[in-house]
Design a protein around this ligand. Structure first.
Ligand SMILES: [Ca+2]
Ligand SMILES: [Ca+2]
Ligand SMILES: [Ca+2]
Length: 533
């Protein structure tokens, strides 16, 4: 009986496994992997050491409507990087990622109505061109958010599709009738006028049929449009969900198809404009990110932030550097040119400062780790001043606290519920012990020794104390030893006295002293030593 059931099941899988749209693909995943193997980020990211995420409606406004806009970002470029390495009134970052700026009915704009325009509330295409020019003048690269998994419900393509007009019906995952054998999970299939369309995130975000070559051509066309304007990179939204398991008929090899889609797109972009930088959101563990090692230049490392936050909350480092190394190795084993993008939290997560219950000390150590990691770290706007926020989403995206005057450049579209008491940028810039100053100084350190901190090796060392984390950052020219106390009390670590004898502190937080093979650290202190030869 069991055998018959298994046999029937296999038969069902075989019968149900053919995707409905023809697969028009010139290259297989293996061929694409080979074609992509040589793309190296090192040249593209020369002088790009730290990136900064902007949520446009919340960042800065240039007028009195209280909605953040493109000109508001232009006005704040000097805050991010004024282009002059000799001034330190700026943060010193070299890339900005803007979450969507396209016409949309929502404030977050992940449901796009027009892929080749700027939302009128944010400005015009000319404003955006000016942003590009002004950013480039200061050595800042501009990364746009590309949302290819879904469109807005009211996008002209979907409106036409709902009316049954071709070619647009085939642009989406639409079924006249849902066959229970083909789609055993039906939660994400929504009913519209008797038809079913797939929308995993939200009913107002119908998902595109990425098996359709015409849709792929639209995506290439959109990509070209922004590349031609001078954009430096793309961030791919919801990349894991491009092919969801219950989106295509049972038996469709969704991971394989997803890899094929993204690798084909990456190859197209790289061939069109090799200097493009491609970062992707595969919101998953390093283990599940690993197959995508050739699909993008880099992916956001979700494990890193989680490990840092939980270790600091526990007061025990938990060998997080070794775990981080093991995670990144899963990707670099597959693609030696793969680069890591660590971050603490982003616009979809409770803010790191809230996860630390407002502890500036913890936030400083977290920033210290983030900004001494290999790869391209991302800072979420407001993190550098310790902005707070816990979901719902609007609360983790509160207006950047430039100053206390909500009628000024502050994009006060949404109230400060969590950030009413957060010290503003002006106050923190004037305070040499503020979180902002700490971020600025760490970025300066990273910029000064970028070859080592961005591209050099990482190695955890043992300090014989589970609260004292030690690690080396090194390359052929420099060797640095970073030590941090994760505990809210003084701690003593132990290490090689001969190495300690050759240390010279180049960055210190709190009180740190060395006595032969012992290192004494005040509560949540951190130090970066240069090891002299
Ligand atoms: Ca505005
Ligand atoms: Ca400067
Ligand atoms: Ca999808």
């Amino acid at each position: 009986m069991k055998k018959i059931l298994v046999g029937l099941l296999i038969l069902g899988l075989v019968l149900g496994c053919t995707p409905k749209e023809p697969v028009n693909t010139s290259k297989t995943v293996d061929e694409l992997r080979l074609a992509l193997a040589d793309y190296d980020l090192k040249e593209i990211l020369e002088d790009v050491n730290v990136a900064y995420q902007i949520f446009p409606i919340s960042f800065a406004t240039s007028d009195t409507d209280r909605l953040g806009d493109i000109r508001g970002i232009i006005n704040k470029l000097d805050y991010l990087n004024d282009g002059d390495p000799d001034t330190d009134t700026d943060l010193g970052i070299q890339a900005i990622w803007l979450t969507p700026i396209y016409p949309s009915q929502t404030y977050h704009k992940y449901d796009i109505l027009d892929y080749k325009a700027i939302d009128p509330k944010f400005g015009t295409l000319d404003d955006f061109k000016e942003l590009l020019a002004e950013a480039h003048k200061r050595g800042i690269k501009v990364i746009l958010d590309m949302v290819f998994n879904h469109t807005a419900y009211d996008h002209p393509w979907f409106k036409a599709a709902l009316k049954g007009e071709q070619p647009y019906v085939s642009y989406y995952r639409i079924e006249e009738k849902l066959d229970l054998q083909e789609y055993p999970t039906r939660n994400a299939w929504k009913n519209a006028g008797g038809k079913f369309y797939y929308a995993w995130f939200w009913e107002k975000m119908p998902e595109l049929n990425l098996e359709n070559e015409a849709v792929r051509e639209e995506i290439r066309d959109i990509s070209k449009f922004w590349m031609d304007l001078g954009v430096d990179g793309f961030r791919f939204d919801a990349a894991k969900h491009a092919y969801n398991p219950d989106e295509y008929p049972v038996g469709t090899p969704v991971l394989e198809r997803n890899l094929q889609f993204w690798m084909e797109l990456r190859l197209f972009i790289k061939e069109y404009k090799p200097e493009m930088f491609l970062v992707s959101e595969i919101w998953d563990t390093a283990q599940n990110q690993a197959p995508y090692a050739h699909a993008y230049d880099t992916m956001f490392n979700f494990d890193f932030g989680e490990m840092v936050i939980s270790a600091l909350n526990v007061g025990n480092h938990g060998n997080l550097i070794q775990k981080h190394l093991d995670n990144v190795k899963r990707l670099t084993d597959r693609n030696p040119n793969y680069v890591d993008s660590p971050f603490l939290t982003n616009h979809d997560q409770n803010r790191v400062m809230s996860l630390f219950a407002g502890s500036v000390d913890k936030a400083k150590i977290a920033a210290g780790l983030l900004l001494t990691m290999p790869g391209l770290p991302f800072i979420y706007y407001g993190e550098e001043i310790g902005m707070l926020g816990v979901k719902p989403d609007e609360r983790i995206r509160e207006p950047m606290r430039w100053n206390d005057d909500i009628t000024s450049e502050v994009a006060y579209w949404n109230q400060w519920i969590y950030n009413w008491e957060t010290p503003n940028v002006i106050e923190q810039q004037a305070d040499e012990n503020s979180l902002w100053t700490h971020y600025r100084d760490l970025i300066k350190l990273r910029n000064t020794y970028a070859d080592t901190f961005v591209w050099g090796e990482l190695e955890q060392v043992t300090m014989r104390n589970s609260s004292v984390l030690g690690y080396y950052r090194f390359d052929e020219n420099n060797r640095f030893l970073v030590v941090a106390n994760f505990y809210n009390g003084p701690m003593v670590g132990e290490f090689d006295a001969e190495v300690f004898a050759k240390t010279e502190p180049i960055f210190t937080l709190g009180e740190v002293s060395i006595d032969a093979d012992k290192i004494n650290l005040s509560p949540r202190a951190m130090v970066v030593y240069r090891i002299n030869p």
